[in-house]
Design a binder for this molecule. Structure first.
Ligand code: SAM
Length: 283
């Protein structure tokens, strides 16, 4: 049975090109084209956008993105074994798919893309978190991308969207939510992948803000949240002692009880405290 794009089913593609999954490349493939089209739709209207896909593998999600109307897809794949399968897809969508055989952690892709740019990826989890952190901390804001639609381990997705007062709340939630809006838009059981991973997965859709939600110096906010959450069970007056000799007074000025713990404090108050710390840490 051929799929809507006239290309062979993904199981046949994998068999034809000998794409046995390699654990060291984090290869857990999505083989259901209805599911990959659904993931592609989570990125919104793709017709006027360039899509950056990291780790296309045999191309299930790539085919979803193209079938859903992406203007252009730039796909970065480290595993050269996948290139013939991806070339077949490029042939079915003339001029719309470019594939680069490279390690996404070592390549600057911005020169190959025109705005608006949406990033969509089902990545190995370690690479995904590393890239997310890089995409959220570029030299200048706003970044090259408009939105990120990314598959993560469900536990990591929960940390990205976590709210104060929850166990999952920490530095990742603060960093993402300061600069972007993040939502979990799908959850997937292990059986959705071949081979099945051990844990559930979730797709997070992240839309950048034009500017951070509250003003604060990025470096000071990073130091502050690192100190607060590295000792998350301690009271803030003690975990933040190293940042200023006046920390108790500054906490109070920011509306934070000095006896509170990091996970009780929302983004707005962390940013207020970061601004109050700015004169103390300047120079
Ligand atoms: N997107 C495909 C899918 O949904 O079926 C494959 C997903 S699989 C979880 C991750 C893919 O990322 C693999 O094809 C793997 O070879 C590729 N990959 C792993 N590390 C990479 C890196 N550093 N740069 C680019 N691709 C990478």
């Amino acid at each position: 049975m051929s799929a809507i794009d006239g290309l062979p089913p993904l199981r046949a593609v994998i068999a034809e090109h000998g794409l046995s999954a390699k654990k060291q490349l984090g290869q857990n493939f999505l083989l259901d084209l209805n599911l990959t089209a659904k993931i592609a739709r989570q990125a919104g209207d793709l017709s006027g956008a360039d899509v950056l896909e990291i780790g296309p593998g045999p191309g299930g999600l790539t085919r979803g993105l193209l079938a859903e109307g992406a203007r252009r897809v730039l796909a970065i794949e480290k595993d050269a074994r996948c290139l013939p399968a991806l070339a077949q897809i490029a042939g079915a969508y003339p001029g719309r798919l470019e594939v680069i055989n490279a390690d996404a952690l070592e390549l600057d892709v911005t020169a190959h893309l025109s705005p608006p740019i949406k990033v969509v990826a089902n990545l190995p989890y370690n690479v995904g978190t590393e890239l997310l952190l890089r995409w959220l901390t570029p030299a200048e804001w706003p970044p090259f991308w408009q939105s990120l639609t990314l598959m993560f381990q469900k536990e990591v997705a929960e940390r990205i969207v976590a709210r104060p007062g929850s166990k999952a709340y920490g530095r990742l939630a603060l960093l993402v939510q300061w600069r972007a809006e993040a939502r979990v838009v799908m959850t997937l059981p292990p059986e959705a992948f071949t081979p099945a991973p051990k844990v559930h997965s979730a797709v997070v859709h992240i839309t950048r803000r034009d500017r951070p939600l509250f003003p604060a110096d990025e470096k000071i906010l990073a130091r502050l949240t690192a100190a607060a959450f590295n000792q998350r069970r301690k009271m803030l007056r003690s975990s933040l002692r190293g940042l200023s000799p006046d920390i108790e007074a500054l906490l109070q000025e920011a509306g934070i009880p000095p006896t509170a713990r990091a996970e009780e404090i929302d983004l707005e108050r962390f940013c207020t405290l970061a601004r109050l710390l700015a004169p103390a840490t300047a120079g």
